[in-house]
Design a protein around this ligand. Structure first.
Ligand SMILES: CC(C)[C@H](C(=O)O)[C@@H](O)C(=O)O
Ligand code: SF4
Length: 428
């Protein structure tokens, strides 16, 4: 695509222009063509019911384009209840009948599987019936979470109405200090603007710090855009993205058009110098209750969970393995490690980390969402304190409403698993 715009555009305006076939700007209402739709084992069944409801008078009840839909089983896998197995049976049948790609119980968390398996490209408009679908913005796509009934409409028509969002730009410059990671940066940003700071806006992350991040680190940042109310969390595609995509999509060709124009209009602008950023921790019971680790050091933890679509990749787990070395997990602490996908799990396995973690007294589980949303296992009981590398810490998020969840980077999680209390990783 070449630049034929009649006004400077943000990447979101460009993507919605392509998707609606006309030049649009923030505030416009558009009926947009969807490039890819993702659903999973929890929200999928309702979307399928909704789809058949929409199609009730049609003889041929076929989705608009099976090659553009992906189903992933990840929240309750392997089936943890009869309800979950019934959902899986229903979705497997739907996928088979419609010819839709279905990643079954062993593949991993949807937001890891989608980019990893080559279902995300810069410039795409993607919807998923999961709020962290904003994660694919890390590859320069406009990607957002929708409800199951919207997903049903997408299954039927391949289209959805949107209000083209304004953009809030976050620019981060400088080199992240040792033991400070992209998770600390995004927690800091969320703490700064608040849980509604980017409401219905496209968050756009830029600056030399972002440019220097690996794909895995970028995914962490884009994933959490929703925690400030963002509709999307976009990082423009560059050489790093190109290399990631070339490995996964053989015919992929980089198109420099998919970025914001120099003089594009932003609703808000936030600027950060990260060179003296401390490790950050989100404290109970809100993601924007963010404090530097020094303010919560010494808080006893019962469970440390390293995983989720936010920080469950090999790179994250490597940080934990390296920080722990030969040391055991602290007495009375459960360290739960869940790689975000089968691919990431195999990297962890090949690096010898599974053996290291088991010897240290940690538990390594097969890829899934795990305790991230108080689903299948690893739930916190009354009065217990958990530290997690995931993205939400609302009351009861990881189990009992009487438990407490703190969120941090994998490095802070590892340091805390070693000592049994929230610990500054720079001190280990
Ligand atoms: C189950 C699903 C609807 C939910 C979401 O949309 O985000 C879950 O993935 C979460 O992280 O809370
Ligand atoms: S890992 Fe957590 S945040 Fe991610 S999709 Fe699963 S439940 Fe949602």
């Amino acid at each position: 695509m070449s630049n034929t715009n009649d006004h400077p555009m943000t990447i979101s305006e460009k993507i919605f222009s392509k998707a609606s076939g006309k030049t649009v700007e923030a505030g416009d209402f558009v009926l947009a063509n969807i490039d890819r739709a993702m659903t999973h084992d929890i929200t999928g069944p309702l979307a399928v019911d909704g789809f058949y409801d929409i199609m009730r008078d049609k003889d041929e009840k076929k989705v608009w384009d099976p090659s553009k839909i992906v189903i992933v089983f990840d929240h309750q896998v392997p089936a943890d209840s009869l309800n979950a197995s019934a959902n899986h049976i229903m979705l497997r049948k739907f996928a088979k009948e419609q010819g839709i790609l279905n990643y079954d119980v062993y593949e991993g968390v949807c937001h890891q599987v989608m980019p990893e398996m080559g279902h995300v490209r810069p410039g795409d408009l993607i919807v998923g019936s999961d709020s962290h679908t904003c994660a694919y913005g890390s590859l320069g796509a406009f990607s957002t979470g929708v409800g199951s009934t919207d997903m049903a409409a997408v299954f039927a028509s391949g289209k959805l109405w949107f209000r083209v969002p304004e953009t809030i730009r976050f620019e981060a410059n400088g080199k992240l200090p040792k033991h400070v990671y992209s998770k600390d940066l995004i927690l800091h940003m969320i703490g700064d603007v608040g849980a509604e700071g980017a409401r219905y806006m496209a968050a756009e992350y830029a600056g030399s710090t972002i440019e220097g991040l690996t794909m895995s680190e970028r995914m962490t940042i884009s994933n959490m855009a929703i925690e400030m109310g963002g509709k999307a969390g976009i990082i423009e595609a560059d050489k790093t993205t190109e290399a990631y995509l070339k490995e996964r999509i053989p015919d992929y060709e980089f198109d420099p058009y998919w970025k914001s124009d120099e003089d594009a209009e932003y609703a808000e602008f936030h600027d950060y110098d990260v060179s003296d950023l401390e490790p950050q921790v989100a404290c109970p019971h809100n993601v924007d209750n963010v404090k530097p680790v020094s303010e919560v050091e010494g808080t006893k933890v019962d469970q440390v969970f390293v995983g989720s679509c936010t920080n469950g990749r090999f790179e994250d787990i490597k940080i934990v393995a390296e920080m722990m070395g030969d040391e055991p997990v602290a007495k009375d602490v459960r360290l739960l490690i869940i790689p975000a996908s089968r691919t990431e799990y195999m990297k962890v396995l090949r690096a010898g980390y599974v053996e290291q973690f088991m010897e240290a007294g940690a538990i390594v589980e097969a890829p899934c969402c795990g305790p991230c949303m108080g689903g299948s296992f690893g739930l916190l009981g009354d009065g217990e304190v958990g530290l997690a590398t995931s993205n939400r810490n609302f009351k009861g998020r990881e189990g009992s409403p009487e438990s407490f969840v703190y969120l941090s980077s994998p490095a802070t999680a590892a340091a805390s698993a070693l000592t049994g209390e929230i610990t500054d990783p720079r001190k280990i």
